[in-house]
Design a protein around this ligand. Structure first.
Ligand code: ADP
Ligand code: MG
Length: 522
């Protein structure tokens, strides 16, 4: 029997607010860390996406943070991307009561952020770059920060944020509590722990890297000119599909090309505005687009269940990237297909990659029918004919069926992305993670029992599915692969519930440390 939130020491007001959202039983990482964090211990946690880390750090933070003066927050949550920061902010607000939570990140105006800081913020959720910027402007200072959370620390390291994260931490109170969550705890993250945490409680849950063995891995030999047509056919055979491109420019271009093949598509990358990215993710999570074309940075942390296929349009940089990209499908017991397009000059690299990840699939002739057969849910659609010069695909579909799938809003919105020169490594650093979109649709319910998540569901949370006109080129779009909408769940945002949680005077950190709880230590 897992403990209840109350047994972990979670204040009643928070418990009640969570219960109103249907959150009544702590997830493993929460059960393991909340009591320690409430007691003031530093926590160093590793747990996979979707395991409930936000509440694991958020509950103790809200419960123990003190009322702050203007511009001098007591709680600080650092997150690598705008989307993640937004998501944390939204989630904390659901149970924060009168604890004031605000979020700051780049790419949007300063006005509202400055105003909030002037009014006073108890917990500031921030992307490192904008926070440093605001500090330089004198809009906020960190000396009073005695609770720090570093969320997705590995990604902050990957995205080059370590120097600024360190500069920020150096400005916080030396006796602060530091809670760190990360998908990996080695390398730069280990250094961060060593330098900025004091005797942390370690808790590690689950696999360090996604398990890609549940997916079917398919490699198609293809020539450069065929790739678009093959990708369109693959999307048609197994969608929703997440398609990976190396560059922003390449993503925009591929999105346009796929749309010419009758695929409803959205693109997500660092060159797109916050609202464009949020909308793209939402369209994808809602099933209004069949393919989401993404760069690696933009796709990190995308958190949508029921992705039928991952398509490596451009090869991954290395085997780790292959694993991370591929881990977007076949999650939590679902099936999924992972397709790599391998050009003749990429065969050597692809073989090496296969060896690193333990695969030895042949590089076969493109066969959309076979892909369709591997796709997790039977989908019967028109196979997309490839325009001249883009190669042909064997079709296993029953051509001619018309889509009853909703959508139809994609085309006008696809090409809003700013153009850029498509250089590599020029990703917007604050970009990419899953948006509120995938959760506000209730796509993730509770991280448990995810099978069949698209079936059934609570009508109140299902996105509206409008019928749409036949796509361009006369091709029918992929037909509905799943009945019902996303599962109900997190779509209802509870009102911020009353009460500050902890209530009364909070002991300082040293005093809290006197009440340590046993367990979970390494
Ligand atoms: P992570 O940060 O580990 O990737 P999140 O904190 O984003 O995961 O949580 C994933 C989803 O699970 C969110 O929708 C969240 O509201 C939900 N969730 C978290 N904890 C619980 C719980 N104890 N019971 C039910 N749902 C939960
Ligand atoms: Mg998280």
């Amino acid at each position: 029997m897992p403990p209840t939130f109350a047994q972990l020491g979670v204040p009643r007001s928070i418990d009640d607010a969570l219960a109103r959202r249907g959150i009544t039983e702590p997830f493993e990482i929460q059960a393991a860390t909340i009591a320690h964090a409430l007691a003031g211990r530093d926590v160093c946690g590793r747990a996979p996406t979707g395991s409930g880390k936000t509440l694991a750090f958020g509950i103790p933070l809200v419960a123990t943070v003190e009322r702050a003066d203007a511009r001098r927050p007591h709680g600080l949550v650092l997150a690598p991307t705008r989307e993640l920061a937004d998501q944390i902010h939204t989630e904390l607000r659901t149970f924060a009561g009168d604890v004031r939570v605000a979020v700051v990140y780049g790419g949007v105006g300063y006005g509202p952020q400055l105003k909030a800081l002037r009014r006073g913020v108890d917990i500031l959720v921030a992307c490192p770059g904008r926070l440093e910027d605001l500090i330089d402007q004198g809009a906020v200072q960190l000396h009073a920060v005695d609770h720090v959370v570093l969320d997705e620390a590995d990604r902050m390291a990957d995205m080059g944020f370590m120097p600024v994260v360190r500069r920020l931490l150096d400005q916080t109170a030396p006796d602060r509590q530091t809670v760190l969550f990360s998908a990996t705890l080695d390398g730069d993250v280990a250094k961060l722990t060593r330098d900025y945490q004091t005797d942390p409680v370690y808790h590690e849950v689950g696999e360090a890297t996604p398990d890609i063995t549940a997916a079917s891995h398919v490699f198609w030999s293809s020539h450069k000119a065929e790739r678009v047509g093959l990708t369109a056919a693959a999307v048609d055979a197994a969608w929703p599909a997440l398609v990976f491109c190396r560059t922003r420019h390449g993503s925009d271009r591929l999105a346009k090309q796929l749309s010419r093949h009758g695929i409803e598509v959205a693109a997500i990358h660092g060159g797109r505005s916050q609202s464009q990215r949020t909308r793209a993710l939402k369209q994808f999570a809602d099933g209004r687009v069949h393919a989401l074309v993404a760069t690696d940075v933009a796709a990190r942390g995308i958190h949508v269940d029921g992705v039928a296929s991952v398509i490596h349009y451009d090869p991954p940089e290395d085997h780790k990237t292959y694993i991370h990209r591929s881990g977007r499908t076949a999650r939590a017991g679902d099936g999924g297909v992972v397709l790599s397009l391998v050009q003749p000059d990429q065969v050597g690299d692809a073989r090496r990659l296969q060896r690193r990840v333990g695969l030895d699939e042949p590089f076969g002739e493109p066969d959309a029918g076979a892909l369709r057969a591997l796709s997790p849910a039977p989908v019967r659609t028109l196979s997309v004919p490839a325009p001249a010069g883009e190669g042909s695909v064997r079709s296993g579909g029953d051509a001619g069926r018309r889509s009853d799938r909703a959508g139809g809003r994609g085309s006008g919105k696809r090409n809003n992305g700013k153009r850029n020169n498509g250089k590599r490594n020029d990703e917007d650093r604050s970009n990419g993670d899953r948006s509120n979109g995938d959760r506000s649709n209730g796509d993730r319910s509770n991280g448990q029992g995810r099978n069949g998540k698209r079936a059934g569901g609570n009508a109140s949370s299902q996105p509206e599915r409008k019928s749409r006109p036949a796509p361009k080129n006369g091709h029918a779009a992929p037909s509905a692969r799943r009945s019902g909408g996303p599962k109900a769940g997190r779509s209802r945002r509870g009102e911020p519930a009353g009460g500050r949680g902890g209530g009364g005077a909070r002991p300082n950190r040293k005093a809290r440390r006197a009440h340590l709880q046993p367990g979970a230590e390494r």
